[in-house]
Design a protein around this ligand. Structure first.
Ligand SMILES: Cc1cc2nc3c(=O)[nH]c(=O)nc-3n(C[C@H](O)[C@H](O)[C@H](O)COP(=O)(O)OP(=O)(O)OC[C@H]3O[C@@H](n4cnc5c(N)ncnc54)[C@H](O)[C@@H]3O)c2cc1C
Length: 501
């Protein structure tokens, strides 16, 4: 077990997707960096310690999860998977790398967040793409299930695109860009930490759960860490939180930084009243639709699998509902797990990318191992726009499926009993699901924004020496899956830290 140092100039909390980028960028600039990760550090790429499921890019990884779910906020349980290991969710995700649309980041900048426009961030997207070894499938690489949807898309008004990441392009279907090399999921530990692991000024400690930030005289001065069965205080010049959208707010709350009344109810001494901590939680509501398949499709997929590479995900559609006149607001994600049978074997996910509903993350107790309350309040917007967009997406997808009927077979889920719009809407309200892209719980905002947690330089309002650098600072989710945006959050905040020295 690696020992905890007594102090570091920069302590990065969370060796996940964004945190590894921050730690690596600071370390390569010669700064003294301690990276603390609650889960294990399996070492560099090629180390035998890496679990097979975290490397296998054909399907999602499942081990090393925080075990979060919707608890008792619904009559049923929705899993909110989050990886607990060096690499974070970049260890387990579907490897799809999307950037979103120009309007996403320009809207952040137009709200007063200087430096966060699309043109400001594009060089960082390109750099992240290079570092994560992203390549784009050709149409000829697609498995028969993926190819069927891609080929059918133009008839439903979605032109075939070469890739998904032209930020000025709207609707279309394209083979995915993925961070996969030789069948291995390239996580941010491989892409960013490995080149700097040998530096003496970078120390990486796994199995180190940060309980809270210590604040003295209005300035972050260290962190309390649970490691090796003990709670230890490590002194820090600057603390950078990168625990992700569920856990960066919980660290702040345990540190006494958050809504006064919530902290008082848990007997957490108040350090800084910030009502926005844990609020503004949003993810893109999701519906998995499935079909029976056909003998022809089954045989074609088995041939593809025995010939070699047949991952679950490979292509994606960007689709505009009637609610989005400037870009697109739906993803279609063909999903074809060859290891599964039954309902999920022949699927396409539909997701509404610009949700209006907002939920929250709150502490259940001040114990750092206690699961937080996570209530996404999916489809709760009073105008009913989120459910309407998702229902419209399902209807468009059904039209596309109708053109493919002999190949995809009959709809199994949500099934013919939801063909009427009212029945579909009722089904959606009864079965909320997530797209694994929680954001917004420590949102960036300008002075005067009562729910802002950090400013445009990722500095926590009212506490010096404390920044947040992960998906939690996004004020509003981009029209994207969030892996590459998470890398860009790390790249951007690292640059801000270096500029501000
Ligand atoms: C199953 C799944 C599939 C996905 N598929 C895709 C996809 O195909 N494409 C895509 O673009 N996006 C996908 N995503 C989403 C994407 O991977 C995440 O949005 C992104 O990786 C989040 O990055 P992050 O840095 O904000 O958080 P994380 O990567 O979760 O990093 C947070 C890190 O902090 C650590 N940590 C937390 N609390 C503490 C603490 N108190 N002390 C110490 N360490 C702590 C965690 O263990 C973790 O390592 C998927 C996500 C999941 C879960």
């Amino acid at each position: 077990m690696r020992a905890l140092p007594e102090a570091a100039e920069y302590v990065v909390v969370g060796g996940g997707t964004s945190g590894n980028v921050v730690a690596a960028r600071l370390a390569e600039a010669g700064l003294d960096v301690l990276l603390l990760e609650a889960g294990p550090d399996f070492g560099p790429e090629g180390s035998a310690a890496w679990p097979a499921d975290l490397l296998d890019a054909t399907r999602l990884g499942r081990s090393h999860d925080w075990g979060y779910d919707s608890g008792d906020t619904y009559p049923w349980t929705v899993g909110f998977e989050r990886a607990r290991a060096i690499g974070g969710c970049s260890d387990v995700n579907g490897c799809t790398q999307t950037w979103g649309h120009r309007r996403d980041y320009d809207a952040w900048a137009e709200s007063g967040l200087t430096g966060w426009s699309t043109d400001d961030l594009l060089p960082l997207f390109h750099e992240g793409t290079r570092r994560m070894r992203v390549h784009t499938y050709a149409a000829a690489d697609l498995t028969p299930w993926q190819r069927a949807w891609y080929d059918a898309a133009p008839a439903a008004g979605m032109p075939c695109l070469d890739d998904l990441n032209d930020v000025d392009e709207a609707a279309g279907f394209a083979p995915e860009s993925v961070n996969i090399q030789d069948g291995v999921r390239v996580n941010t530990a491989f892409a960013y930490l490995d080149p700097v692991r040998a530096l003496p000024n970078l120390r990486i400690v796994g199995d180190a759960l940060v309980d809270r930030v210590v604040v003295s005289g209005g300035r972050a001065s260290g962190v309390v860490v649970r490691h090796g069965g003990a709670a230890t205080t490590v002194r820090a010049g600057t603390v950078v939180l990168a625990g992700g959208a569920y856990n960066s707010p919980t660290v702040l709350l345990r540190s006494g930084i958050g809504p006064y009344a919530q902290l008082a109810a848990l007997d957490v001494p108040l350090v800084q009243h910030l009502p926005g901590v844990g609020e503004n939680l949003h993810d893109q509501p999701f519906l998995l639709m499935s079909w029976s398949g056909s003998e022809e499709m089954t045989a074609a997929m088995e041939r593809a699998r025995s010939a070699g590479w047949a991952p679950d995900e490979q292509a994606m559609g960007k689709v505009a509902s009637s609610f989005d006149t400037e870009a697109f607001d739906l993803h279609f994600l063909p999903y074809s797990p060859t290891h599964l049978t039954g309902r999920k074997r022949w699927s396409v996910g539909v997701s509404a990318l610009q949700p209006r509903s907002r939920g929250f993350v709150r502490l259940r107790s001040a114990d750092p191992e206690a699961k937080p309350v996570i209530d996404h309040r999916f489809l709760a917007d009073p105008e009913g726009a989120d459910v309407a967009v998702l229902a419209e997406g399902a209807a468009i997808l059904r039209e596309l499926a109708a053109g493919l009927a002999p190949l995809v077979g009959a709809e199994l889920h949500p099934g013919p009993e939801t063909f009427a719009r009212d029945a579909l809407v009722a089904h959606l309200y009864r079965h909320p699901d997530n797209y694994w892209h929680p954001v917004g719980t420590c949102r960036m905002g300008v002075d005067g924004d009562p729910l802002a947690v950090v400013d445009e330089r990722a500095r926590v309002h009212g506490v010096d020496g404390l920044r947040v650098a992960d998906c939690s600072i996004m004020p509003r989710i981009p029209r994207a899956t969030t892996a590459m945006p998470a890398v860009v959050m790390g790249e951007k905040v690292a640059r801000l830290l270096l500029e501000d020295r």
